[in-house]
Design a protein around this ligand. Structure first.
Ligand code: PHE
Length: 348
């Protein structure tokens, strides 16, 4: 019987088969169970003789089943492991990739170009006070230029003085207040650009209420207009990636620069499209405002204008991007339309 049962155990090929062998041998009606039960009806002498034999049979069968069960389970697990391996060398499904906003990409480009010219990047708050945005920039309360800016003002805070300058807060109308904060915060010589968001109550194809500017400021000894012109030329040629760009400097007026000038880039017409560049321009496009920093501004920042001079410029970043990539509606920048972004190569 023992040899027969051990044979059945080792021949059972799966757990279900082994279980039926177990029931056949050790189950309630099992053959080994029956033998164990028969011990009770034996005489003590018989029991003494057969008892150990039957017990060792039960022991051997139980052990055999346990061993076989373990072996079958191990085999099953190995099989499962072999069939469920992950092939890490398979190509993964394509994930859509995000990209930086075109304006951010242009800002990064500007920072790189000016870094090569020794300019650091500075920043200031978008919620400004009147003093930094206007007064310190030589635009006093009564100055008509304040009205020109279509400023978004905040309601005066309770308890704050609404008389005089520092009382009223506003959304900065240009990046020029960063000039003031930089001159107050660090010793000259200063060479910074300050890209960032600016706000004016204005909206059409070429104006959005929120837009972007980059400010430039140089303060040093013996700075003159030639430095400004060279810096702007170098910047514009690097940005538009053409060496044949001609600049036109037009006399203009800003309260915080004297003299002031607006700067145009020459464009040539190619199949009716305006392309920036060309030694003999067909026309001009305005790209920025600039000038020598007004002595009143230098004084307002606690510096001596007889020692320190400088130049500044301010430039619309959205406009720069439009010119470089041939876009005609500024508002598309803020629609987040993937088709538009892909068209101009800003997204994959
Ligand atoms: N802040 C001016 C503007 O917003 C631009 C400017 C900056 C002009 C610096 C001169 C110097 O129009």
């Amino acid at each position: 019987l023992k040899a027969d049962l051990i044979g059945q155990i080792s021949q059972s090929g799966d757990l279900a088969g082994l279980e039926s062998v177990r029931v056949h041998a050790l189950g309630k009606q099992g053959v080994v169970t029956a033998l164990l039960k028969s011990l009770g009806k034996m005489t003590p002498e018989e029991r003494q003789e057969k008892g150990p034999v039957i017990h060792s049979l039960r022991q051997a069968v139980a052990q055999g089943i346990a061993d076989r069960k373990q072996a079958l389970e191990t085999a099953l697990l190995n099989e499962k492991l072999a069939s469920e391996t992950i092939d890490l060398s398979l190509p993964s499904p394509k994930m859509p990739k995000g990209s930086l906003h075109p304006v951010s990409q242009v800002m990064d480009e500007l920072a790189e170009i000016f870094a090569d010219l020794g300019f650091a990047v500075a920043s200031g708050p978008e919620i400004e006070d009147e003093w930094h945005n206007f007064s310190a920039l030589n635009i006093p309360e009564s100055h008509p230029a304040r009205a020109m800016h279509d400023t978004f003002y905040f309601e005066p805070q309770e308890g704050a003085s609404d008389k005089g300058d520092k009382g009223r807060m506003l959304l900065r109308t240009h990046t020029s207040p960063v000039q003031i904060r930089t001159m107050q915060g660090q010793e000259p010589p200063i060479r910074i650009i300050a890209p960032g968001r600016t706000y004016r109550s204005d909206s059409d194809a070429t104006h959005t209420p929120m837009f972007h500017q980059v400010e430039g400021l140089v303060i040093d000894k013996g700075v003159h207009l030639g430095h400004l012109k060279w810096t702007l030329e170098t910047f514009v040629r690097a940005y538009f990636e053409r060496d044949d760009i001609v600049l036109r400097l037009r006399p203009s007026y800003f309260p915080f620069t004297e003299p002031s000038m607006e700067v145009d880039v020459g464009y040539t017409l190619e199949k009716g499209r305006r392309i920036i560049g060309g030694k003999q321009p067909d026309g001009w496009m305005e790209i920025l405002g600039s000038g020598m920093v007004h002595p009143n501004v230098i004084t307002a920042c606690g510096l001596d204008p007889n020692v320190w001079q400088g130049f500044a410029f301010g430039c619309g970043i959205d406009r720069l991007a439009m010119l470089k990539y041939g876009m005609d509606d500024l508002r598309a920048f803020f629609d987040g339309d993937l088709r538009w972004l892909r068209h101009f190569g800003f997204a994959a």
